[in-house]
Design a protein around this ligand. Structure first.
Ligand SMILES: [Zn+2]
Length: 417
């Protein structure tokens, strides 16, 4: 089938949160869509109950391509975040370009086949020198252009930024990468990141990282408060500094597990400030389920951040894959729809169709993509059709069975979940 021919998708449900301008009707309205020349050319309301769901292709805001598929050698960390960090640090010593390329390529292929259209990966970056993975990422960025939009984030322990020369080197490398590989995107493809958890002198240290980002025109994506200590308050400092440095809308925070164990009123004050700062909050349900909560007894605390309160406060909220088959999370896959299902159950996100923005429009805006994923005439025909799914079957294996359209062309189903 060529993209020049007209394709018709009949009587689909377009969840209201995914409708673009001019697409109207009650939540259960059925629509026919025409796809032509790689775009949605027409959207008509039609009578009768809808058959299946239509979504834009998905956006995975937080993954770790460089670590994926290493668990067989590195071993699982059984719930201990810092054991996972040290296992992966040891394993990283043996990484080669060829090994990284093979694992990162496999991850991108899995994500693409599962219906993902854009993805942001963190890359371990533990010293001033740029990691091997950055050169591999640059190759993959070019190879996947037009099929998968990619961004990368330097993942560096906060304390490494104490060395001004190292800090400057990281920022300059990222800025040079953007100058060499950037297009019209306002964010990326390379962002500044770090890992923050109860560091001494947190505010002063973070202040230096924010000043660095502002000076080099870099957007930021931070691993924040990934643990269940009540006194971890990195998210609050990040929100304050985002406003102070005028970086509103350019900062993403992953994890924020501690928010789940802090008193409700305190958490809501932090979230109000996050909304003011335009922070993009991203929950990582699979890794948090594995790493947080007790391993001596059945876990009660589960580490999911306060997604519902965040959305109610006006904070942009996403759900993403995080680790796949490494020490941090030994299981999983790049099927974002499956991770979404886990998050929906873990955080009681209901009705579930109202939360589909967490894997489509919200992360697309965080990445600054040209199209946010809202479906309307004229939008790209980058779509995922779930022929059997509705509100109550979306989380079942049958409901997740999908047909993926890339620029209006149905992809071969082999390999698609
Ligand atoms: Zn992560």
């Amino acid at each position: 089938m060529s993209s020049g021919q007209r394709v018709i998708l009949q009587a689909v449900c377009l969840p209201p949160v995914l409708r673009g301008s001019g697409v109207e009707g009650p939540p259960a309205q059925a629509f026919d869509l025409w796809l032509q020349q790689g775009r949605v050319s027409e959207v008509f309301a039609v009578p009768g109950p809808p058959q299946g769901l239509l979504l834009p292709r998905l956006v995975d805001l937080h993954v770790h391509l460089d670590k994926s598929y290493t668990v067989a050698q590195a071993g699982p960390a059984d719930g201990d975040l810092f054991a996972a960090i040290s296992r992966m640090a040891q394993h990283r010593q043996g990484w080669t370009k060829a090994d990284l390329r093979s694992r990162m390529q496999r991850a991108l292929s899995d994500a693409y086949q599962s219906g993902t259209r854009a993805l942001r990966t963190h890359l371990d970056w533990v010293e001033g020198q740029q990691p091997l993975s950055l050169a591999v990422f640059a190759e993959l960025l070019a190879e996947w252009r037009g099929r998968l939009a990619l961004q990368c984030v330097s993942l560096t322990p906060l304390d490494v930024f104490d060395d001004a020369a190292v800090a400057q080197g990281i920022a300059q490398t990222l800025a040079a990468f953007n100058a060499a590989h950037g297009d019209a995107q306002t964010i990326g493809p390379a962002l500044l990141g770090c890992f923050i958890y109860r560091n001494p002198d947190l505010q002063a240290r973070l202040e230096r990282v924010f000043a660095l980002a502002a000076r080099h025109g870099l957007a930021m994506d931070l691993h924040v408060d990934e643990g269940l200590d009540v006194d971890a308050c990195g998210l609050l400092h990040v929100a304050q500094l985002t406003i102070a440095h005028g970086l509103q809308g350019r900062v993403t925070c992953g994890h924020a597990c501690s928010l789940s164990v802090q008193p409700q009123a305190q958490a809501e004050r932090t979230l109000a400030l996050c909304a003011q700062a335009g922070i993009h909050l991203v929950a990582l349900p699979s890794t948090n389920l594995y790493l947080q909560g007790s391993w001596q007894t059945t876990p009660v605390e589960r580490g999911i951040t306060r997604l519902r309160e965040a959305r109610a406060a006006g904070v942009s909220t996403s759900i993403a894959t995080d680790n796949v088959a490494d020490s941090f999370y030994p299981y999983g896959s790049y099927d974002l729809l499956e991770t979404f299902g886990l998050g929906a159950q873990m955080a009681h996100l209901a009705p579930v169709l109202d939360w589909l923005g967490a894997i489509t429009t919200a992360p697309a805006r965080a990445m600054g993509l040209a199209w946010d994923g809202a479906i309307a005439p004229g939008c790209p025909a980058d779509l995922m059709h779930l022929p059997l799914a509705d509100t109550f079957t979306l989380l079942s294996p049958q409901g997740r069975h999908r047909r993926v359209y890339v620029a209006g062309v149905l992809q071969p189903e082999e390999g698609i979940a």
